[in-house]
Design a binder for this molecule. Structure first.
Ligand code: OXT
Ligand code: ADP
Ligand code: MG
Length: 590
């Protein structure tokens, strides 16, 4: 657009009528909008304050956060939900650094995101002359993203934005960094020339059709399967080819195990869902089809006790990233392509191939899952005061069953692990959590992005520690009046609230917080609804009211401080030492 405002009339303005000029600010906004990016998640400040204002004036949605990390998490989750890069905008050095964790997290999770950061002037940074917020941001960003670019001239904005978008969403998605020195934003150029410099990216994430040889090989492996299993990962959820995935799962008849954020691709209540028989299917299966899921720490690297007899399993793996194959174990049938195209090709090749799992295997999986679910169900129906995790999560389970369109956000340790196995998800991309890094603090940014990008209600189930990393963003939730109900599982601490100082000193234990903290009052400070719930009955009333009203709500759910386990389900990852066990009788010995 042409600029007729004061900022265009600066010293570097070319000769001519101001009506026919544009500048770096507006070219950046135009470039994003031209490519369908309508939302920016940001924290304002020098040199991007006006960029946010102008973007809002040009009818972009600009969501301002209290801390860049959460703006960044929001952008990355927007990327996961929409298959378009979410954009986070930060100020230079410290703001940039705050956003960097989220950029790295996006790259680790394979979610597309662009971090756009204002920066100080190159000639001063490069001579280390001590500019305002001086830092070589481009160099800092490089190890944490797929690609990093710096803009020096306004006329390059079009091409830079195009490159950033293509880099973020082509192949394996990830984070991209775009460095915008303040002076570049103020550069002025002829508006018509500026418009011509913009680039609309054409088909940036093209389908990647797998080789026929790869499909034939996979079919040969599948034909031999006596105890097959499909593992669905968040790469499959990202691909938005839900119908094809469902068709493949149902046509094969194979039991499927959803990784955490793939829950809901097919409903957890689907008869082939093996989530409740996880240990058994991982150990006893003989052929495992990985669909958009890495064989990383979350799957014990495909080795060890969890996977049964060494070498007794054969893997088929669908992934857009060829290098992912054989990362931990041998892949007997690698299929490189997007999940949708892989499913399509496999579905065709399955016709007449005689693929059907033996009934004994399906019966064994079903009976294990049914027994585990019955055991679990019995524990969910209690009205203990204070609550235990099962009583509280039984309520959350009912709430999601009754409001299946609600997006569930979840973080913590016990709060995370138990919620994942207890609460059924019914629709694709309706569960967002700590992802590949197990990072605390994603909750509020993810909830805000989910509400903004989908317009749906959001239920954020947060450990009290996890919430502490991002709690100030409840102000953001209230300011934008978002339909987010946050339930803080308040057990007074990290994992448990009953820890003691092992030295016997006056300081509290390292893992405990103030007892009886009133998290509900935090949201009241900003005009939201705060509620305390001490029993499952009280929690039920509060959650249902919040989901029905859509008002920003925070429920302080009081959980027994002694109910949790150290590190939730992953206590085995804590290093241990015989010396520590000798010194401290309290030390863990498992
Ligand atoms: O088959 P078996 O018999 O084995 O049973 C399994 C399933 O079959 C069964 N199941 C079911 N049964 C019945 N019905 C149903 N429907 C059903 N579904 C499943 O249940 C079991 C378990 O199944 P699951 O869950 O699928 O399997 P499992 O074995 O758990 O899976 C393994 C994993 C590895 C895939 C899984 O555990 C997983 O995904 N884990 C993710 C763990 C994770 O990422 N944790 C977060 C990090 S922990 C730690 O690092 C924390 N920190 C440090 C920190 C971090 N992270 N970040 C930053 C920035 N700074 C510091 C901190 C500070 S956690 C934390 C705070 C914690 O305190 P909070 O107050 O927030 O939380 P509380 O703990 O609540 O106090
Ligand atoms: P989970 O944690 O759910 O197991 P991961 O994040 O470990 O999932 O794995 C996701 C995988 O999906 C990554 O290896 C990534 O390359 C892959 N992936 C991402 N997008 C696609 C896609 N469109 N098609 C196929 N694979 C994809
Ligand atoms: Mg806790």
């Amino acid at each position: 657009m042409a600029v007729a405002s004061a900022h265009a009339a600066n010293s570097n303005a070319p000769e001519g009528d101001i009506e026919n000029l544009t500048d770096g600010f507006h070219l950046l906004i135009d470039a994003l909008k031209l490519n369908g990016i309508e939302t920016i998640y940001n924290v304002p400040g020098i040199p991007i304050t006006d960029l946010g204002r102008y973007a809002q004036a040009q009818w972009m949605r600009v969501i301002s956060f209290r801390h860049e990390q959460h703006a960044g998490y929001a952008a990355s989750v927007a990327g996961f939900l929409t298959k378009m890069p979410g954009v986070c905008m930060t100020v230079s050095a410290p703001g940039f650094m705050n956003g960097l964790t989220a950029l790295a997290n996006a790259t680790t999770n394979c979610w597309p995101m662009i971090l756009i950061s204002g920066s100080s002037e190159r000639e001063i940074v490069d001579l280390a002359q001590g500019d305002y917020e001086e830092m070589d941001q481009l160099a800092m960003a490089r190890p944490f993203c797929k690609a990093a670019y710096r803009l020096t001239y306004a006329q390059d904005i079009g091409i830079a934005v195009a490159r950033a978008i293509r880099s973020a969403i082509s192949g394996r998605p990830g984070g991209v960094y775009l460095d915008i020195p303040g002076a570049m934003l103020g550069q002025v150029m002829d508006a018509a020339e500026g418009a011509r410099s913009l680039v609309k990216v054409i088909e940036p994430a093209q389908r990647q059709i797998p080789a026929k040889s790869a499909i034939d090989r996979a079919i040969e492996v599948m034909k031999t399967a006596k105890r097959p299993l499909i593992v669905l990962g968040k790469g499959a959820a990202y691909d938005q080819c839900d119908d094809l995935i469902r068709e493949l799962v149902e046509k094969s008849g194979y039991p499927f195990l959803p990784m955490s954020m793939a829950k809901g691709l097919l409903p957890d209540t689907h008869p082939q869902c093996a989530a409740a028989a996880r240990s058994m299917v991982l150990k006893d299966s003989d052929v495992v089809i990985m669909m958009g899921a890495r064989i990383n720490w979350l799957l014990s690297h495909g080795k060890g006790k969890q996977w049964g007899e060494p070498g007794a399993k054969r893997f088929v793996q669908m992934d857009i990233e060829a290098e992912e194959m054989d990362s931990n174990v041998e892949i007997a049938a690698p299929i490189v392509g997007d999940v949708g195209s892989c499913c399509e090709a496999l579905l065709k090749a399955m016709d007449g191939a005689g693929i059907a799992p033996p009934k004994e295997w399906l019966d064994a999986v079903n009976s294990k899952a049914t027994a585990n679910m019955a055991k679990m169900d019995a524990r969910l129906r209690n009205n203990n005061d204070p609550m235990d995790y099962h009583g509280a999560l039984g309520v959350i389970k009912d709430a999601i069953n009754d409001h299946p369109d609600t997006i569930l956000v979840n973080e913590g340790a016990n709060t995370l692990d138990m919620c994942r196995s207890i609460v059924n998800i019914h629709k694709p991309r309706h569960r967002i959590d700590v992802g590949t890094w197990g990072v605390m603090g994603i909750g509020m940014g993810s909830a805000i992005a989910a509400a903004i990008e989908t317009g749906k209600r959001v239920l954020a189930v947060e450990g009290d520690s996890a919430f502490g990393f991002c709690g100030m963003e409840v102000e953001t939730v209230c300011r934008y009046n978002l339909p987010i109900c946050t339930v803080v599982f308040n057990n007074d601490g990290i994992y448990r609230g009953d820890g003691e100082n092992w030295g016997g000193g006056d300081d509290p234990a390292t893992t405990v917080f103030v007892k009886g903290a009133r998290y509900d009052q935090m949201i009241e400070a900003f005009g939201g609804v705060g509620v305390i719930a001490r029993s499952p009955d009280e929690l039920r009333k509060a959650v249902y009211e919040a989901l029905e009203s859509g008002k920003p709500t925070l429920i302080n759910a009081i959980i027994d401080p002694a109910a949790g386990k150290e590190s939730g389900n992953i206590g085995n990852l804590n290093p241990q030492s015989v010396v520590a066990q000798r010194l401290y009788p309290q030390a863990r010995k498992d």
